[in-house]
Design a binder for this molecule. Structure first.
Ligand SMILES: [Zn+2]
Length: 272
């Protein structure tokens, strides 16, 4: 854990890749069934962020309706502040019926438009046709933003830190080998990841570098296919697992990560 002494810097960097989206939209709940508890901006986002980091157990892919109904199944017992928040929120959130909607902060009518988020994300750089395809994926917006940043190599792996003159020890926390952690390694060639791709039956997507993997992801021209959702969720899951290991020393087995990806992907698929 050679990186932890500089934690605030890294957290700040990590925050930079957290959803622009959550700053840009607010979810207006009706039935609470098509909003995701941990991902959508349906409540005070700082509290949700806190809860997400504290609640290390339980499914993350859960609708607002299900979480508020079964909140005690999700929250571990000793966390009083969190329990209090859940309790208060469950008491004060009145779900009705019908689909939840989004209010978009950046357009004059408050109408959500993924196109305006897209424009905002790429406004400083040149347009990348990948973004347009990612935007069609049936995944939660958080993962769409993650894919955009990943394709832009704005994920802070060890090689990126070295480029910023930050000294880090070459070590991959997924396979525990002393190799330089690059995006190509953790998402493609790391034995931990290769094992995951195989178990997900996505060997055909396994290639030696990330660019080819992303190319594969968009090349089948089936942005709305379940395979696209599954690959995108796997990339997201691998990155979360890596961050949990680096920053919280909380590693899960390959089996657990695999199950998490499958569960999360099917929820994204149904809800998006
Ligand atoms: Zn590795």
């Amino acid at each position: 854990m050679a990186w932890n002494h500089n934690g605030s810097f890294f957290w700040k960097q990590l925050m930079a890749i957290r959803p622009y989206f959550q700053l840009s939209v607010k979810t207006v709940l009706r039935g609470g069934q098509n909003s995701l508890f941990w991902y959508d901006s349906w409540a005070d986002s700082s509290m949700v962020f806190f809860a997400k980091n504290e609640a290390v157990v339980g499914p993350r892919a859960v609708s607002v309706a299900a979480a508020l109904r079964d909140w005690f199944h999700i929250v571990p017992a000793p966390m009083t502040l969190l329990q209090h928040w859940f309790f208060t929120t469950a008491q004060t959130t009145h779900l009705t019926s019908g689909p939840d909607t989004l209010i978009w902060k950046w357009s004059s009518q408050g109408q959500y438009s993924s196109n305006s988020l897209y424009k905002r994300l790429v406004s400083a750089g040149k347009t990348n046709y990948m973004y347009k395809i990612f935007w069609k994926f049936k995944i939660t917006p958080t993962v769409k933003v993650f894919l955009v940043l990943l394709s832009h190599r704005r994920i802070l792996t060890q090689d990126q830190l070295l480029r910023r003159n930050i000294n880090v020890q070459s070590h991959c926390h997924l396979c525990q080998q002393d190799v330089l952690e690059t995006a190509d390694h953790i998402f493609c060639s790391c034995p931990f990841t290769v094992n995951l791709w195989t178990r997900l039956n996505l060997q055909q997507a396994v290639v030696t570098d990330l660019s080819s993997l992303l190319q594969y992801l968009i090349s089948n021209n089936q942005a709305t296919s379940y395979t696209a959702t599954l690959i995108a969720t796997a990339l997201w899951g691998i990155w979360l697992e890596r961050n949990n290991r680096v920053f919280r020393s909380a590693g899960r087995s390959n089996d657990a990560v695999h199950n998490w990806i499958v569960q999360e992907a099917s929820l994204f698929w149904r809800f998006s």
